[in-house]
Design a protein around this ligand. Sequence first.
Ligand code: THU
Length: 135
Amino acid sequence: MKNRNPSKSSQALLRAAKTAMKNAHAPYSKFKVGAAMLTTKGEVFTGCNVENASYGLTNCAERTAIFAAVAKVGPKMRIRAIAVVNDHGVPCSPCGACRQVIYEFGPEARVFFHSKKDGWQEAAITDLLPEGFRL
Ligand code: THU
């Protein structure tokens, strides 16, 4: 995992994630999350967390973005990078379920996330999820 200043293109991704975060439906956790993913073809898709009164039905921002991408351009899309932000300024690397979903569509994806304490972090999905499941 690297601590570094994001490149121009990752800065655009982070801005898109922040914009998406504003649409989060997080009345239960009060923790808003936004994600923006870049496909290998250069398209950007965004998502936010969508919670539910039945807590377990919550969808994370990362999976919202990925599912939106598949719905729009189909299952052959591949993730080059995904950025995640939250409104608490704490480190927010993707949860285990989202790591597996990122890996499905982006075995070489780079993941960016931010915290006030550590700044921007960048990691390969395979570092966050060693031995990801494949059929
Ligand atoms: N959440 C995300 O959207 N992405 C993450 O990477 C971590 C957690 C959401 C799920 C829930 O709505 C809230 O954050 C608190 O767990």
